[in-house]
Design a protein around this ligand. Structure first.
Ligand code: ZN
Length: 233
């Protein structure tokens, strides 16, 4: 019964790993992405390349990978004032949260995903939220997502199952999972095609991929990759 899934796919390392994870498990997999005026909109340009290369280089996944849904959430950029949706320095706000936190983002993403999953008859929603190595975003917590699963199931009269394969992994283990799922070919695809950097920098290529090398997202990605290489050696 649970043979079809909708994956929240941003074009980054985490969601690409989640997509590979879903393609290994489910007969039918569709993807959803959100344009919310993110400063790193370049990640949206990475999405079609990643999808095309997954089809081309992983024939066993190609037949399972179905439609991609892009949702315009420009309204989220209009109602929030953060370092992810406008040009400003990334700092820690008074609340203790980094000012890259977009209030309500994952709640809205999951809600829109559930609405599309209802229409497309996809009973499993897959997201790359993670509590282990995260930036302190409260909507990435396991408890937040479990509560949201209950709320959406009640409110939509559905029986969705949320799957968060990265929830308890650190960035090193996320690289290891990608390698386990798709070997060197998937690692190479992630390094070359996915985007993580908050500042949207793609002019600098490092061993771990493209990015400014100093924002929180780049720092996590680089640290995880270095740790994974060391553990795999
Ligand atoms: Zn960066």
């Amino acid at each position: 019964m649970h043979d079809a899934a909708l994956v929240l796919f941003s074009g980054g390392q985490d969601s690409t790993t989640c997509l590979a994870w879903a393609l290994e498990r489910f007969e039918r997999v569709e993807t959803i992405g959100f344009d919310y005026g993110q400063r790193h909109a370049v990640e949206l340009e990475c999405r079609p390349h990643v999808l095309a290369l997954l089809r081309e280089r992983f024939p066993r996944w190609a037949a399972r990978l179905g439609d991609d849904h892009m949702v315009d959430l420009a309204v989220l950029g209009q109602i929030s004032d953060t370092a992810l949706t406008s040009t400003r320095a990334i700092t820690l706000a008074q609340s203790g949260l980094p000012n890259t936190f977009v209030p309500g983002r994952n709640i809205l993403f999951m809600t829109f995903a559930a609405a599309i999953a209802t229409r497309r008859e996809l009973p499993v929603l897959v997201g790359g939220m993670c509590e282990t190595d995260y930036s302190g975003y409260p909507d990435c917590r396991d408890d937040s997502l479990k509560a949201l699963q209950v709320a959406l199931n009640l409110g939509m009269g559905q029986r969705f199952n949320f799957e968060m394969p990265l929830m308890w992994l650190d960035k090193c283990q996320t690289w290891a999972l990608a390698h386990q799922l798709g070997g060197t070919a998937l690692i190479d695809l992630i390094l070359e095609q996915t985007h993580t950097c908050y500042l949207g920098v793609r002019s600098q290529r490092h061993a771990w991929g493209y990015g400014c090398g100093s924002c929180p997202a780049c720092t996590l990605r680089a640290r995880g990759y270095t740790a994974w290489l060391a553990s795999a050696a």
